[in-house]
Design a protein around this ligand. Structure first.
Ligand code: G3I
Length: 490
């Protein structure tokens, strides 16, 4: 028996080209799966954006990813008060204009960030108070929104004006001390200056139903009832290692007030749960019809303000991470729930499934499309190839063989091994107990595949997230590298 380790042929993925997003996002009826974040989001009538530091636009490694994957941008710092009005009444739009030009040349929409914020104020404003500050702030809103009129999809008119903690009230700041109506005054000025832009309130630590998000909710409800012009709420979503269970419900309650919602500054702490959280956030947005788009706060891990958190979708070399795959799969899966059959109800033995590993987001794959007995099974970026499609063949009593569409061979624990780390290969279907697996239920619709002969689980060795990562058996301990999602594709 040979373990043929042929080099894998390059997978050719058709890139459908960047869809223009802009302010006229069109819902397409195409059921096709996009191959980039932007095209996949556009197929769902949404945008997928990134915060951009304009200084990096001349770095080709950076711009290549930006232009390929994203169809919306937001300036990370260039439209803030300190950048646009460094001296009172003297405006500098160079950074913002540069980003708008780049976006227009590449069919991207632009979020404007941010007209008023307690942070990153120019020194002259920090020293002001009372009506002088109020007048200066409203003039700033009017001037900047007028300059960019017609070029901005949505403005973060006011950023981070609510306090953390349990009060549900406003944050103390020089702006707040000019009077509680400073926020609505800003929204009215922004509407007058650019009637075509959606006007958003944007904040963080609003990822579930809590005192802070409820304070904002009450403000939005009040604004809507009094006709204060507000169109959207941004949820920054700077996340740690878990996601609030009511994240989606929180988005929905705001949408139910009649405003759009957007995920505006998404980044997630690195760790075993990063890909899952990214996937969950994406699915939550897709499940809320008024959630119009998602923006990550940067492109590559090394571009992020969060430094060693490695919080973004691309590593520092520009490689796609497991989190990227989780987002793309979620976008392509749309708002449909996971297609894993409920354990006990059996699988559809006439269907073809792609099996996605929970930890890596990658698909169970016959390495190099081999058709030989003993060929190794690996994980690979999902491409829906026939070497990633599996059919469950009924062995009775809840046991199944998994047949590869490309080779018609079945998943097989090599040589009836019962050892941890033993290879999972493909082999001609003999209905051996080393070829039979049952589905054990994990959380969220994921399953483990338990071999009948050894009692061990099919896992991605060493929790690898790399293409080509080895698939082996190991004692069933329920790890995320032992959990698989069954995505029915045919
Ligand atoms: O450009 C100067 C540089 O010349 C100088 O030498 C250096 C010294 O520290 O500072 C540089 O400016 C920094 C700027 O980023 C550009 O890199 C500022 O110090 C630094 O404070 C600023 O940080 C930005 C931060 O907002 C300011 O609060 C981050 O880039 C930006 O990612 C971050 O973004 C915020 C959103 O606007 C609102 N929500 C939270 C989010 C993350 O903090």
């Amino acid at each position: 028996m040979k373990h043929k380790r042929a080099l894998r042929a390059a997978v050719t993925i058709a890139v459908t080209g960047a869809l223009a997003a802009g302010m006229t996002l069109a819902l397409t009826s195409a059921a096709s799966a996009g191959t980039t974040l932007g095209t996949s989001a556009a197929e769902k009538g949404r945008y997928f954006g990134a915060a951009v530091a304009t200084g990096k636009l001349s770095t080709s490694a950076y711009t290549t990813i930006l232009n390929r994957e994203f169809n919306s941008v937001v300036p990370e710092n260039e439209m803030k008060w300190d950048a646009t009005e460094p001296q009172q009444g003297q405006f500098n739009y160079s950074g913002g204009d540069r980003l708008v030009s780049h976006a227009q040349a590449n069919g991207m929409s632009v979020r404007g960030h941010t007209l008023l914020w307690h942070a990153q104020q120019p020194g002259w404003a920090q020293g002001m108070s009372g009506s002088a500050l109020r007048n200066a702030a409203i003039n700033h809103v009017t001037q900047v929104a007028t300059h960019f009129r017609g070029k901005i999809y949505a403005w973060d008119v006011v950023n981070e004006a609510f306090a953390d903690g349990g009060s549900g009230g406003r944050r103390d700041s020089n702006l707040q001390r000019t009077g509680n109506d400073w926020i609505e005054a800003a929204f009215r000025a922004a509407r007058a200056a650019d009637p075509g832009a959606k006007l958003c309130y944007n904040d963080y630590n609003t990822d579930g139903i809590n005192a802070k998000s409820t304070g904002i909710y009450n403000m939005v409800r009040d604004f809507r009832s009094r006709g204060v012009p507000i169109d959207c709420v941004g949820f920054q979503s700077h996340l740690g290692t878990s996601l609030a269970g009511d994240y989606q419900a929180n988005l929905q309650r705001f949408a139910d007030l009649g405003v759009d919602v957007q995920i505006t500054e998404l980044d997630v702490m690195t760790g075993g749960n990063q890909a899952n959280i990214y996937g969950s956030v994406t699915r939550a947005c897709l499940a809320v019809s008024r959630c119009t788009g998602i923006t990550t706060w940067g492109v590559r891990d090394c571009d992020s303000w969060r430094g060693s958190d490695n919080a973004l979708l691309f590593d520092c070399n520009g490689n796609k991470k497991a989190a990227y795959t989780a987002v793309l799969d979620a976008l392509n899966g749309g708002s449909t729930p996971p297609t894993t059959p409920p354990p006990g109800s059996g699988v559809d033995t006439s269907a073809w499934y792609v099996l996605l590993n929970r930890n890596s987001g990658k698909a169970l794959d016959v390495y190099a499309n081999a058709t030989t007995d003993g060929a190794r099974i690996s994980q690979w970026t999902r491409n829906n190839g026939t070497n990633q499609q599996w059919q469950f063949v009924d062995s009775g009593s809840g046991w199944y063989r998994l047949k590869a569409r490309s080779s018609s061979k079945v998943l097989d624990v090599y040589n009836f091994s019962t050892a941890d780390g033993a290879a999972i290969v493909q082999w001609a279907d003999g209905n051996g107990t080393n070829q039979q697996f049952r589905l054990a239920s994990s959380a969220d619709g994921y399953v483990r595949l338990i071999n009948r002969n050894s009692g061990k689980a099919v896992e991605v060795q060493g929790s690898s997230t790399a293409d080509g990562g080895n698939v082996v058996q190991y004692a069933d301990w329920g790890g995320s590298n032992q959990q698989w999602q069954l995505v029915r594709i045919g």
